[in-house]
Design a protein around this ligand. Structure first.
Ligand code: ATP
Ligand code: MG
Length: 420
């Protein structure tokens, strides 16, 4: 039989990798909670229309990255490539558009058919937050601040810069679009094949191109700034004022358009130079039209998503696993009291494990290899006198203690380790 292999672009999360991953999620859950966000979980697949209509037919994600399939009933389903569309679908189908604002945090796997490389996978994971129902520029500033706070709590805020841009409202974008089409048409032959197509369907997307030949042309493209109408300009000014109030540093980058079609006004990315080309770790923007696309009322919204793999790679130190306490019964008669002690330690919240076989020497070696903090040894002599041997494995000292004192003595244990 041929050996099975993992699907290209997928990876298993085991040991340190999963600890890093879980730490990113737990930290984001805690910080967003401080801002009043509650966790939502939506299905990993949706009707294809949920994504096709919202992300934009010409976005890279919809045109070439989606995992779309017919199920056995003939429905076209898609594995979610991102989280926002599903959250908005859930908002509408659960009737929550009547109780706004809603503040949703989520974490989970996303799926995109991309060329796998460092920091880019086919199944990857995101944390994300959506503030739905607030159209004020201060909501943008606060949501961005929350993203910054997550990065700060992860200890990586010094590794990133916040790049900020405005996409204006629909009217401003329409004028800008005309100017962009005129400009890019002059350089059509120097653009990549993809960007020549974008010029037909969605010229703004050219600015988001990663193709090398597009870069010099993009350099000279007109920015949106000069095409902003008055209300869009005020919004943009207020967002930046808000960030000053929240004390968040940023640089304006007129090239940020984001990869999906649903954004308006604010767009931002937290970017690092430590991950090569895959430098965006957390990004988002305002998407005032999306809830309506899902069949709900016109509803303003702003949110972001962060790539957990990229964030996990930036973490300086992997979070520690708790060191186990090794329970070592010597001989069959010691097993029952050993299990009783182990049960009590676990009830007190202490990680304890008992190996099922091996002599004292083997079991001690195993406990040491696993990074156990203590070993509790129960032999016949100890059982007769109602004590156990407690061995501190980092100090190498051993003493007799009464089983009833163990929980009290061991409650401060904190060290790293794997399984006994
Ligand atoms: P990129 O420009 O890197 O392709 P994107 O604009 O497609 O990113 P979003 O859709 O905004 O990204 O997703 C938010 C974040 O999710 C990204 O900033 C990144 O950290 C992460 N991400 C996106 N696609 C992938 C992927 N294929 N593998 C790993 N992480 C990803
Ligand atoms: Mg992408």
């Amino acid at each position: 039989m041929n050996a099975v292999k993992p699907v290209r672009g997928t990876h298993d999360l085991i040991g340190e990798q999963q600890r890093r991953h879980a730490h990113v999620i737990a930290t984001a859950r805690r910080i967003t909670g401080l801002y009043g966000f509650e966790e939502w979980a939506t299905p990993v697949f949706e009707d294809t229309s949920v994504f096709a209509r919202s992300l934009g037919d010409t976005s890279d994600v919809v045109s070439k990255e989606m995992y779309t399939f017919s199920d056995r009933g003939g429905e076209s389903l898609t594995l979610r490539p991102e989280g926002t569309a599903g959250i908005c679908r859930a908002l509408v189908t659960n009737g929550l558009t009547q109780s706004l604002p809603q503040k949703a945090f989520y974490a989970g796997p996303m799926f995109r058919y991309e060329r796998p490389q460092k920091g880019r996978y086919r199944q990857f994971h995101q944390i994300g937050a959506e503030l739905i129902g607030s159209g004020e520029p201060l909501a943008d500033a606060e949501t961005i601040t929350m993203g910054r706070d997550v990065l700060e709590a992860l200890g990586i805020v010094d590794e990133v810069v916040l790049e900020l841009n405005t996409l204006g409202d629909a009217e401003s974008r329409a004028t800008w679009r005309t100017a962009l089409v005129a400009y890019f048409s002059d350089y059509r032959n120097r653009l990549s094949e993809d960007s020549q197509l974008r010029l037909e369907h969605n010229p703004l997307r050219i600015l988001d191109s990663k193709a090398a030949e597009d870069q010099p042309v993009i350099e000279g493209a007109p920015g949106l700034e000069q095409y902003l109408n008055d209300s869009s300009r005020h919004f943009w000014d207020d967002v930046r004022r808000g960030l000053d109030v929240f004390n968040v540093a940023y640089t304006v980058n007129p090239r940020i358009v984001r990869g999906l079609d649903y954004y308006s006004h604010t767009a931002f990315e937290f970017v690092t130079n430590r991950l090569g080309a895959q430098g965006t770790v957390l990004a988002g923007g305002r998407y005032d039209g999306l809830v309506e696309e899902m069949g709900g009322p016109a509803t303003p919204a702003i949110g972001w998503a962060g790539g957990i793999e990229r964030l996990a790679m930036l973490l300086d130190e992997a979070p520690d696993a708790t060191a186990p306490i090794a329970i070592i019964p010597l001989g069959a008669v010691a097993e029952t009291p050993a299990i009783r002690i182990m049960t009590e330690l676990r009830a007190a919240g202490l990680r304890s494990e008992m190996a099922y076989r091996g002599n004292l020497k083997k079991r001690m070696e195993r406990a040491n290899r696993a990074g156990a903090s203590y070993a509790i040894i129960l032999g016949e002599a100890e059982l007769a006198s109602g004590v156990v041997q407690l061995r501190d494995l980092s100090e190498g000292q051993q003493r007799e203690v009464a089983p009833d004192d163990l929980v009290k003595l061991l409650s401060h244990t904190k060290k790293t380790g794997s399984s006994v």
